[in-house]
Design a protein around this ligand. Structure first.
Ligand code: TXA
Ligand code: MG
Length: 399
């Protein structure tokens, strides 16, 4: 049965629509809802049967855990294995005081209090918003949600529709991005329909999502904290609060290929692991899965002049070339029969982030033979953009 799509006002969602969606959640059904990052495929996070339906609908491997979404920091308490500080206490200058040995924080040990303060401080500063925190779990979280890990991911989204739904449902909502596994995360209800149209009961359509890339995932259970997935809350912003934070090296594993010729076959992506060894093995199971890869191979090309040269070569060999261009360089590629899609201005990387997934889907629909994509500076939200592009390129970078 095709999903029922209800259009909702994204800033002041209609109470009736929210009530209906909340009832569906409480009945154990799947409800798709907009967040400020991407659309989520939600189910009652306290109901294992409902959570199992998420994995089924997405074709998601069962060892990849889900984020629990909450309506307020106060709602996190029952699901984590630490005590959060009660309020936005004045902790200036204390953020880095908790003396943890390198490696895993002892859960329930002396560091738990420091962790509770840190978590609360980050919630006060960045919630509601695109920051997911990995914390020790409590025994009340279904194992399916955490994929059996001893940690749980929690996030309070900023979208009015998501918040209204969470308040009405009165349960934490477990929700991955509402795409089929291996497809780009959906930033519109149309993307959701294309991927999951017949697998979900209800889609709340609140228009395009603002951020366009998934939330920053920050693991607070290791010291120093590790960004497992860069997003719109940037490393720079987190370091201003936490001191040094490590980040998954989105450009590690680059090929270093300099001959400018495209590799003949598909290259195996290198192993995805965290830099260094202190944090132990990759702690986000999501990191080990092959993420979205366009149907056509995508190559990152740092130099626009080189990109143009490659595009001409490929076209001369009869290829339909897609180019993912910034506004500043788009003119360079115009009028030569390439499919040029424009991400936005290099001066406004948040625009680039917001459009990225829509454009990658558009290349698939147009049936290009290959995609040549410009690169962006990997600072600020650029780190999130380059992380997703690098994954889509599966390591194919030409300098
Ligand atoms: O912006 C977002 O985060 C969106 C919206 C819907 O909130 N959700 C989202 O969920 O992107 P998902 O499931 O597509 O990505 C969650 C990521 C995965 O990489 C998963 O492995 C990781 O978070 N994750 C979840 N729980 C974890 C845990 N306990 N430890 C480490 N990583 C975890
Ligand atoms: Mg996802």
């Amino acid at each position: 049965m095709p999903a029922r799509v209800i259009r909702v006002n994204p800033t002041e969602p209609e109470a009736e629509a929210i009530a209906e969606a909340a009832r569906a959640i409480r009945r154990g059904e799947l409800v798709v809802f907009p967040t400020e990052t991407v659309y989520g495929l939600g189910a009652d996070g306290t109901n294992p049967a409902a959570v199992a339906r998420i994995f089924q609908a997405k074709g998601r491997p069962p060892d990849n855990p889900l984020i629990l979404h909450v309506a307020a920091p106060e709602d996190v308490g029952p699901w984590v294995g630490i005590t959060l500080s009660p309020s936005a206490r004045e902790l200036r200058g204390k953020a880095n005081d908790f003396s943890a040995p390198a490696g895993r924080l002892a859960i329930g040990g002396n560091n738990a209090a420091g962790l509770g303060e840190l978590a609360r401080r980050l919630m006060d500063l960045f919630w509601p918003g695109p920051l997911t925190l990995i914390l020790p779990r409590s025994s009340r979280v279904p194992d399916l949600v955490t994929a059996g890990l001893d940690t749980v991911a929690v996030r309070m989204p900023a979208h009015p529709v998501a918040l209204a739904l969470l308040r009405a449902a009165q349960v934490p909502i477990a929700a991955p991005s509402a795409n089929l596994s291996g497809r780009p995360s959906p930033t519109t209800a149309a993307h959701v329909l294309a991927d999951l149209g017949s697998a979900v009961a209800l889609i709340l359509d609140g228009g395009s999502t603002a951020v366009g890339l998934e939330s920053t995932v920050l693991d607070l259970t290791v010291h120093p904290p590790v960004i497992l997935r860069p997003g719109a809350v940037t490393r720079e912003e987190l370091e201003a609060v936490l001191g040094p934070v490590r980040q998954w090296p989105e450009l590690a594993g680059r090929t270093g290929r300099r001959d400018g010729d495209l590799p003949a076959g598909e290259r195996e992506p290198g192993p995805l692991s965290l830099e260094g060894g202190e944090a132990g093995p990759a702690r986000s199971p999501g990191l080990k899965y092959r993420h979205y890869a366009p149907l056509a191979p995508l190559y990152l090309v740092q130099d626009p002049a080189k990109l143009l040269e490659l595009a001409r070569q490929k076209k001369a060999r009869g290829k339909f070339v897609g180019i993912l261009a910034s506004e500043e360089n788009a003119g360079l590629y115009a009028g030569e029969g390439f499919l040029v899609l424009v991400t936005g201005s290099r001066q406004r990387l948040s625009e680039v982030a917001a459009r990225l997934y829509t454009l990658l889907r558009a290349f698939d629909e147009a049936g290009v033979d290959l995609i040549l994509a410009e690169t962006y500076p990997a600072t600020g939200v650029g780190a999130a953009i380059m992380n997703r592009l690098w994954r889509a390129a599966e390591g194919r970078i030409l300098e």
